[in-house]
Design a protein around this ligand. Sequence first.
Ligand SMILES: C[S@@+](CC[C@H](N)C(=O)[O-])C[C@H]1O[C@@H](n2cnc3c(N)ncnc32)[C@H](O)[C@@H]1O
Length: 363
Amino acid sequence: MSTTTTDIPTTPTPEELAEATAERLAGELSSAAFVAMVALGDALGLYGALHRLGPSTAGAVAAETGCNERLVLEWLSSNAGAGYVTYDPDGEVFALAPGVDAVLVHEASPAFLAPGAEIIRSLYADQARVEAACRGDGGIDWGDHHTCMFTGVERFFATSYRSQLVEGWIPAVPGLEETLRGGARVADVGCGHGISTALMAAAYPASTFHGFDFHAPSLDRARAVAAESGVEATTSYELATAVGYGGGPYDVICFFDALHDMGDPEAAIRHAASEIAEDGVVLLVEPWAGPDRATSLQHPLAKWSYAASTVLCTPCALAQQGPLALGNQAGPARMEELFRANGFTRFEVALETPFNLVIAVRP
Ligand SMILES: C[S@@+](CC[C@H](N)C(=O)[O-])C[C@H]1O[C@@H](n2cnc3c(N)ncnc32)[C@H](O)[C@@H]1O
């Protein structure tokens, strides 16, 4: 006589739960270690060399880049372990895996994400400051971060700005492209290294662009970017806080990934309301965030977003001793509430991408 058994779901034991959690954390640790290898390869030009050379030995990559062969061999092996590089034991030959050049070699590619590793590097480099902030008032001045945060933010954001700002984000806001083509006065508030400012200036030569930021070294870099881009004639940069700039009325006021970093975002919004033309528009670009924390936590990049918010965005706002520290996951509902309470009447999410929200706000 045959017997049948029914699978009865069992609750995992504490030991099983601990084992699963340890496996999960080991995966995180392995990824974190590999991100350091991405930053290293990006800084030393190792990915570019492997791309130029094609399938190569560690010796050939070392010779091409002037790096130590023994260390290059270990670096290549880490990349092979992660699947970004292939390995042929016959002759110890390594090659970039298909698709990797678009993500780790070509700066102009819309998929170029290598500088993300520079930002992650800054999260570790600034750990001592973050510990002190956690034990204190939570503030870290924007200018106090490791230099790799500035270069990482510039280069990482540049990928989406280059491929999407003029091609996708601006056209998504009704009337904005026409305004810029016709010749508009534009303020880029919290412009940082001014990649967004220079790209818009290059695309809309009839308009003038005025970048404002409270971090002087960022403005030096923004001026250099404008010169490299050949847009010096239609761009200007001024050291000013988000409540301290003048020169309005502006047809367009932009906040690119900056409003949530400000210590008093409501005052910044009120100031924008006083500096904008009656028929003007605020172009607000924020990191993607859901309508509430529970939704934001479902996003595949949630752990990165909140980590950056812990180390970069929220401490920047807290260091300004304002009334609010929104964090980078403030979300569209909270932003709408703030704009409606401070002089604006129309708020429209024009576009959502995996990384960003593009929002148009009008008086
Ligand atoms: C994440 S960065 C973004 C920079 C640039 N908009 C971009 O997209 O690459 C935030 C910028 O906001 C600036 N910032 C923060 N608070 C500010 C304030 N209260 N007034 C002016 N600038 C501010 C910082 O100096 C920094 O350059």
